[in-house]
Write a protein that binds this ligand. Sequence first.
Ligand SMILES: *[C@@H]1O[C@H](CO)[C@@H](O)[C@H](O)[C@H]1NC(C)=O
Ligand SMILES: *[C@@H]1O[C@H](CO)[C@@H](O)[C@H](O)[C@H]1NC(C)=O
Ligand SMILES: *[C@@H]1O[C@H](CO)[C@@H](O)[C@H](O)[C@H]1NC(C)=O
Ligand SMILES: *[C@@H]1O[C@H](CO)[C@@H](O)[C@H](O)[C@H]1NC(C)=O
Ligand SMILES: *[C@@H]1O[C@H](CO)[C@@H](O)[C@H](O)[C@H]1NC(C)=O
Ligand SMILES: *[C@@H]1O[C@H](CO)[C@@H](O)[C@H](O)[C@H]1NC(C)=O
Ligand SMILES: *[C@@H]1O[C@H](CO)[C@@H](O)[C@H](O)[C@H]1NC(C)=O
Ligand SMILES: *[C@@H]1O[C@H](CO)[C@@H](O)[C@H](O)[C@H]1NC(C)=O
Length: 803
Amino acid sequence: MVASSAPLLLLQTLIHLLLCISAQEFLLPGSSLYVDGELHSPDGTFTCGFQQISPNASTFSIWFSKSTQKTVVWSANPLHPVYSWGSKVELKSDGRLNLKNYNGQTVWTNNVSSSDAQHAQLLDSGNLVVKGKAGITLWQSFDSPTDTLLPTQSITAAIKLVSTNRLLVPGHFSFHFDDQYLLTLFDDEKDISFIYWPEPRGNIWQKKRNPFNSTRNGILDSWGHFHGSDNLTFMAADWGPNISRRLTLDYDGNLRLYSLDMTGSWSVTWMVFPQLCKVRGLCGRNGICVYTPAPACVCAPGYDVIDPSDRSKGCSPRVNISCHGQEVEFISLRHTDFLGYDLSAHHSVSVNSCMDICLSDCNCVGFAYWEGLGDCYPKNVLLGGVAISNLFSTGTMYLKLPKGVVSNYSTPYSQPFGPKYGPNCSTTNKIFIADFLDTRNSGQSTPFPYFYGFLSAIFLAEVIFVILGWFILRRESLQLRVWTDEAGYQMIANHFRRYTYRELVLATRKFKDELGRGASGIVYKGVLKDNRVVAVKKLVEINEGEEEFQHELGVMSRIYHTNLVRIWGFCSDGTHRILVSEFVENGSLDKILFDSESSQNLLGWKQRFNIAVGVAKGLAYLHHECSEWVIHCDVKPDNILLGKNMEPKITDFGLAKLLNRGGSNMNVSRIRGTRGYLAPEWVSSQPITAKVDVYSFGVVLLELLKGARVSELQKNEDDDLKMALGRVIRVLAEQLKSDHSDEFWIADFIDTRLHGQFNNTQARMTMEVAVSCLEEDRGRRPTMEYVVEMLVSVDEVNQTVVG
Ligand SMILES: *[C@@H]1O[C@H](CO)[C@@H](O)[C@H](O)[C@H]1NC(C)=O
Ligand SMILES: *[C@@H]1O[C@H](CO)[C@@H](O)[C@H](O)[C@H]1NC(C)=O
Ligand SMILES: *[C@@H]1O[C@H](CO)[C@@H](O)[C@H](O)[C@H]1NC(C)=O
Ligand SMILES: *[C@@H]1O[C@H](CO)[C@@H](O)[C@H](O)[C@H]1NC(C)=O
Ligand SMILES: *[C@@H]1O[C@H](CO)[C@@H](O)[C@H](O)[C@H]1NC(C)=O
Ligand SMILES: *[C@@H]1O[C@H](CO)[C@@H](O)[C@H](O)[C@H]1NC(C)=O
Ligand SMILES: *[C@@H]1O[C@H](CO)[C@@H](O)[C@H](O)[C@H]1NC(C)=O
Ligand SMILES: *[C@@H]1O[C@H](CO)[C@@H](O)[C@H](O)[C@H]1NC(C)=O
């Protein structure tokens, strides 16, 4: 052991020495670091120097050397950048570090004055220190963090993390100890400031914190475990040694813990808000956060965007409400909530009395009303607006607006996707940029490349739970710790793991309980050691090698959406290739939808429509923005499972060969889909794109409408299914185009078992979407994202006017 490690040690020392020669490690008193100079930490993890933020402006900063995109962890002068030529940092003999602009003006100083300083040095931890005699620390950058806390760096009473916006300018979110000595997230807006985490309405037990511990200290250790004196604790999903980490308060107000993986990109391993819309103040005053499915901001009806490039500035009223002599009306927004700022609370009152309460108060801008409970909350500020489609999770919001301001009731629901702030798909580096990160800054010069680095780190807010690189999974011994649901949120990704074949044999009692079989394999029911009920799918015909298989699962492990079956893990053991996924209670859609016998299981219109919307959302998520993560290739009712409340969950995704990220051509060696659902391009030799799923989805929509398989359109053997389908589409398209008054044909088309019980508007829209999805020319088919928009626009949230 000793013998073998000795040469290694020597080599290390040599490399070390070489590094020392080629890169500067110390700044000595009297010397300066110029714009082109850099200080490196001994192990090379961090670099300190001038960070260009625009062609002519730089900040004195520290960043990770090894991440592919430059990730700044500290900046001396974010608010006062210096000129990119002729500026320098000099170390005085008394320990002062002076950052001087090209004209000699001191822009920043560390305020040290000591008898004598030895040197300034960047440590392996990312801490820039000025050392005095006998190694005492005169000053350290760890005492004045910007938006990032590094492992071993303490957050104390005097320290505050402040979010930075795209230009690295401090934003309005901050993280520090509050007056109860709890680590807290604050939002300081122009005229209001508030706490948004921990949930201010909760009491101390719900917060699971320990107040008034005057120690006021919190620290992230090098293994990814955070512990605060207020008992705030959390752990990275890839908890373990030797991983570069950072805890950053991102520009969007979410506090995220990141790990640097081997490829040099950042993965989120913990965050405060898996659902970004819960960050209050994200959309500013009078803004509403909607999931599209990525979060986006829209204005409440009657309000207009203040600054399109920064939605957190919120929206301003189109017409000011004056107290007297103005006719007002109430616009209702279902499934929408604004948090806090209640003028009062009333229970068991009617909606009309709630209106009267709001009308009689000049400060009231609207009220939240919970039907059934009769709860009434008049509000004086509209903040933290969020539109959630879960039933019962919110009340109905009634906005008080001057009469006539919103003439045709265009509410967040009818235009839920507002102006789109999505990523620019034509840019060469296809990094996911969450909606808020858009770089459309009108008039200004183009965004600087490194911003993408900053942004890429944020790597899709929300719904996506990005997890650890494969190297973790390879190290089987390092099992992921399950981070339990602490304050009502869950880090879902860390459940993903590798199972051994023996574990699965045990879980399924030797593969006894068969749930179903499909082209890709047989599914069994199983119960894991932690009592989770799972579906275990033994894959057949997986020709790919171990590595390929693991790679594909790497992508699947990042996929999480309510309308997609959750993959818990996998097993790759000898010849066995097995997927372990969520067990979905009600089986597949085809069993229920096409079952003509049992009428008690008949899916009502509402359920069918919800299934259509859910499946569309799931597919939109798979096709994910511009990057087309996964093309399903086999969308059909058999692959749509129904949960407890008949909510749809798509299964079997990711089994088709994954798309090449960069190109549009997918090399699918054989046709995967199912007859009847296959898009025309499968048989022609065109490249396969996400539009094949759009086509199959169109077929599923027709089946939901008719309650029968499209294959039944084929009256006899000779009849070609494709032609029959084409005829139906043509007839539908013509009907939709021609008539507006006579709607009887709609009822004729729809499943007779519903006995005319359906929503006409929704049925019509469903037909329109189906027709457009079934276009022969894939270029004319809509994207799934657009399909979601269309369907959601007629989701029964349409507004009524009262008052
Ligand atoms: C940067 O400085 C140069 C020379 O002083 C000037 O010509 C150029 O316009 C400046 N660029 C910007 C973006 O300010
Ligand atoms: C140094 O002191 C000046 C004046 O007291 C103050 O404005 C500045 O913020 C201080 N700088 C630091 C880095 O503490
Ligand atoms: C601190 O947290 C631990 C575990 O999360 C819990 O057992 C303990 O009761 C907490 N202490 C206080 C004072 O809340
Ligand atoms: C306060 O926090 C410190 C550091 O976490 C801990 O050691 C100490 O026991 C705590 N004190 C009380 C009274 O809980
Ligand atoms: C972490 O790195 C140190 C030093 O490079 C090494 O001695 C140690 O074995 C590593 N630990 C693991 C678990 O890889
Ligand atoms: C509404 O009032 C505010 C402040 O009184 C004012 O700044 C704003 O211009 C007014 N807006 C309109 C549309 O009149
Ligand atoms: C609603 O009004 C806006 C302008 O006020 C108009 O552009 C839009 O077409 C109208 N929408 C409908 C459905 O009438
Ligand atoms: C997207 O990026 C490309 C290349 O960088 C640019 O030419 C194009 O104008 C951008 N589009 C938008 C909408 O910003």
